[in-house]
Design a protein around this ligand. Structure first.
Ligand SMILES: [Zn+2]
Length: 357
């Protein structure tokens, strides 16, 4: 007997009603610029005909973290997403002001990701956070927030989520298929923290550098979102038998700080497996007459590093994740790199034309 399909509900955003089977581009009005130019938060809403979960995907909460903007463009236009069940709400540029200024922050230097839940009467950041929470997060069962490292740093593709004691979220984090899951607590005032308080299951994807497109990180993000949508029944299961990535879980991580000011030469690439006391790099004066080695304080894998070789004493230069089984983590990273290869036609490339559906 065929399973009865239940019809999806309409979705309302900014006073606009989107019916099942429809998709809409919506502009949510934000405080105007001091030039009196209007500013909007752009949102794409796709409401599937059939009922299913409601999920948001968001990027550029930090305005200079732009990998996620391209990830969302590709997800919206991916062939797989045409078979959507439930509702997908895509917000490619949350911090529009920071995006215009190519900056992490709001024009008043506030960090939007430390300003949640915000308020209607507060600062610009508080207003933006409040709007996002009211209009987007509260209406969603799931969310994926896309980030990169801060300016001058690079991150290995990784999922951050508080998975300990939360089997559902652990399953979601694993389904994404990034090589590493960092079981990370909440940052006070973050979108992730306030979404979790609203019972929205939220993952944070961190990959690459600010103000750059990184193809591996972008493909990993597109694939990860589609994987999660399959996992929660928003998309049909993949017909391909290819082994999914089983991410390595790190329950802690540690930043390595430079013991001295100077010019840094790193000798360890991203993703390298390291042992305690391994040399990670050297800090020297411009002539190389005095130099100091930077040693690994623990066993682990480099999941973040500085990209700027000019360092002051005490600056964080390497981020090391600690795993129970380090050898497995290395193998997972290799299979991730092989899986996210450029001939995978499920993940659209930069050259692909958008598909209107
Ligand atoms: Zn960020």
């Amino acid at each position: 007997m065929p399973v009865r399909k239940s019809r999806n509900k309409a979705f309302e955003l900014g006073g606009i009603r989107i019916e099942p089977g429809q998709h809409r581009y919506i502009e949510l009005p934000l405080p105007v610029l001091y030039t009196h130019s209007n500013v909007f938060m752009p949102v794409h809403v796709a409401v599937g005909k059939e009922a299913g979960p409601v999920m948001f995907i968001s990027a550029a909460v930090h305005g200079d973290e732009i990998n996620g903007v391209e990830i969302i463009r590709r997800v919206i236009n991916a062939k797989a997403v045409k078979r959507l069940k439930g509702t997908l709400v895509s917000v490619p540029v949350v911090n529009v002001y920071g995006f215009i200024n190519k900056s992490r922050y709001l024009p008043d230097r506030r960090d939007l990701n430390r300003s949640f839940p915000g308020s209607e009467q507060g600062s610009m950041a508080a207003k933006l956070a409040h709007l996002f929470l009211q209009e987007i997060t509260r209406k969603c069962d799931y969310g994926i927030d896309l980030h990169t490292a801060a300016i001058g740093r690079d991150n290995l593709p990784q999922i951050r989520a508080r998975i300990q004691g939360d089997e559902k979220l652990a399953g979601l984090a694993s389904a994404f298929g990034a090589p590493v899951i960092l079981d990370a607590g909440f940052r006070e005032g973050s979108l992730r923290q306030s979404a979790a308080k609203e019972n929205c299951n939220i993952l944070l994807y961190e990959a690459g550098e600010a103000l750059r497109f990184d193809e591996l990180c972008i493909r990993g993000g597109v694939k990860g979102i589609i994987n999660v949508m399959r996992h929660i029944g928003m998309l049909p299961a993949s017909r391909r038998r290819k082994q999914a990535i089983e991410p390595a879980v790190a329950h802690s991580s540690r930043w390595v700080r430079t013991p001295r000011s100077g010019i840094l030469r790193t000798t360890c690439p991203m993703g390298k497996r390291i042992h305690k006391n391994d040399v990670l790099g050297y800090v020297s004066d411009p002539f190389g007459t005095s130099e100091v080695a930077v040693h690994a304080p623990v066993n682990g894998m480099i999941i973040g590093k500085t990209t700027l070789p000019l360092v002051h004493e005490g600056e964080a230069i390497f981020h090391i994740a600690r795993f129970d089984a380090l050898g497995d983590a290395e193998a997972v990273l290799e299979s991730f790199q092989n899986e996210i290869d450029p001939v995978d036609n499920e993940v659209p490339g930069p050259e692909d034309e958008p598909m209107i559906f």
